[in-house]
Ligand binder design. Sequence first.
Ligand SMILES: [Zn+2]
Length: 87
Amino acid sequence: MTTIDHGRSLRTSGPTSHLLDTGESPSCPRCHTDDYLIFEEFVPARQADHSTDLLPASASYSCSECGTFNAHTVPTSWRPPQWFWYS
Ligand SMILES: [Zn+2]
């Protein structure tokens, strides 16, 4: 078990698909907007199985405008627009 170092000043340029340890609201890095995003998966923040740690919420999405795919952690309070749960 490692401790996540919140290096908020560290940013890589270009499209990435690895998990960021700081949740950011989804946005297309090429179009610089969330207007065209199609959300494919969203996992809300949840408790880890064997600890009290809260696992960050994450989402994966693609941009219908340019085709960029992205997946990363998102803010705990964030929800995809018009998101609904299948029951
Ligand atoms: Zn785009």
